[in-house]
Design a protein around this ligand. Structure first.
Ligand code: ZN
Ligand code: ZN
Length: 428
């Protein structure tokens, strides 16, 4: 600071650093005191690194992922964390699953999640997952490359397999609606139901879907792979069932909305998909599986290298805590949280703390007893040089009640970007 000759205090303004942002979401990390011996898994887990990050550099609070009293899906929660209004832009899961397995999409696409399934000799669904088929799906995908609609030849039909029995179907063309009933009834011993549309454009989609579903049965029914499977006593993958119909959403990319470049580091198709639809570039990581065994340290390393290579923002997704919660397994959840803590410890040493803001939270709470997402708020941290630190010393559902972020709804990404001086102004 210098005293100028005018008598006013003038500050040598440091040149503004080009700051980076990293948002880390541990899926389903929040819990309830009924999780394990009267405590939440987050309270039981040893998290010295996260606690230290919060105490030394951060501020905490409780976040309603979408709003209070709303039980979030992971897809709608992530849209809300990214700063979108899921009530305005959420059209369904199919489009995220398709984007998440690498299909390139446009606003003319309607997408479905699919299963390879088994139809028995009387034409009824015998298994919705074709015995969890684990090999030969590439051959089946290739055989389905010729799917097309006779009735609406202008509609382009694309099918892509994913893991095991899973896959996605995309229909691209003019005047296709997304409000279509599934051909997957989630029931056995009945024929594949005909799809129907709720409006004129969706009727067109349903009509193409029904045609394609019949064609797929013919193609797959005669496929040599299925003949082999039957000889080996395995269930044939002789049909595809579709659900989660979704028209490509009207959504502004994060690059347009926030004027930042960004990457997504995740393993689960749904999270990759939501982020890709929001315009983030997917960066695969070796050993990332989307389960409790995932190599999440490699994800952290990739995140740092993405920031070093020029990206403004990286979104990192850790899935394991949610899997353990859906499995009602508190020990696995605690162990996974401790692995996340180690990874945060690595990040603490390897991020440039003069020029980076990090946010860390869940996308919802998934308590052990209930085994599914609930509306309870999740603890959240934002750490970095511009943050007004609070008195919090440990990261869990209880301590974060008293933190400087208070209680807030979604928008964790724009909050983080704002600390990094990367958020466009609303108004003049
Ligand atoms: Zn989730
Ligand atoms: Zn979940």
């Amino acid at each position: 600071m210098m005293i100028g000759c005018s008598g006013f205090v003038s500050i040598n303004l440091r040149e503004l650093i080009d700051m980076k942002s990293i948002m880390i979401i541990a899926d389903g990390i929040g819990g309830r005191p009924t999780d394990l011996d009267g405590k939440t898994c987050l309270q039981v887990a040893e998290t010295p690194e996260i606690d230290d990050l919060l105490a030394r550099r951060g501020t905490g609070g409780l976040m309603d992922p979408i709003d209070n009293g709303v039980r979030p899906g992971s897809d709608t929660a992530h849209l809300s964390l990214f700063g979108y209004d899921p009530y305005a832009c959420y059209t369904g899961r199919g489009v995220f699953e398709a984007a998440g397995i690498g299909m390139d999409l446009t606003e003319n696409d309607v997408c479905f999640r699919t299963n390879f399934a088994t139809i028995d000799s009387s034409g009824n669904i015998a298994d919705r997952r074709a015995g969890r088929i684990s090999e030969g799906q590439d051959e089946l995908e290739e055989a389905l490359a010729g799917l097309k609609s006779e009735k609406f030849p202008e509609v382009e039909v694309r099918f892509k397999r994913s893991t095991e029995h899973r896959g996605a179907l995309c229909l691209r063309g003019p005047e296709l609606g997304g409000n279509v009933s599934p051909t997957d009834p989630h029931e056995l011993d009945i024929p594949i139901p005909e799809s129907s549309g709720q409006d004129k454009e969706s009727e067109k989609t349903a009509s193409v879907l029904n045609e394609v579903t019949r064609q797929a049965r013919e193609i797959l029914g005669d496929h040599p792979l299925n003949k082999r499977r039957e000889e080996e006593g395995k269930l044939p993958a002789n049909a595809i069932l579709s659900r989660g119909s979704a028209k490509y959403p009207e959504i502004q990319s994060v690059e347009k909305k926030y004027e930042v470049t960004s990457s997504v580091i995740a393993a689960g198709a749904l999270y990759i998909g939501v982020a890709r639809v929001a315009g983030m570039e997917f960066k695969p990581v070796e050993g990332a599986t989307g389960t409790v065994d995932s190599n999440i340290l490699n994800k952290a390393k990739k995140a740092v290298s993405e920031l070093e290579n020029g990206k403004d923002m990286v979104f990192v997704h850790f899935k394991g805590a949610d899997n353990a919660s859906h499995d009602h397994d508190p020990e696995a959840k605690v162990k996974y949280i401790e692995k996340v803590d180690d990874t945060i410890g690595w990040l603490k040493k390897n991020l440039d703390w003069e020029g980076t803001h990090l946010s860390f939270a869940g996308d919802h709470s998934t308590p052990i007893q209930y085994g599914d997402h609930v509306a309870d708020p999740v603890p959240a941290i934002i750490a970095g040089p511009n943050v007004r630190r609070d008195e919090l010393k440990s990261f869990d559902e209880f301590s974060c009640m008293g933190g400087g972020l208070g209680r807030f709804s979604g928008n964790l990404l724009p909050m983080t970007l704002s600390y990094s001086n990367k958020l466009p102004k609303f108004g003049a």
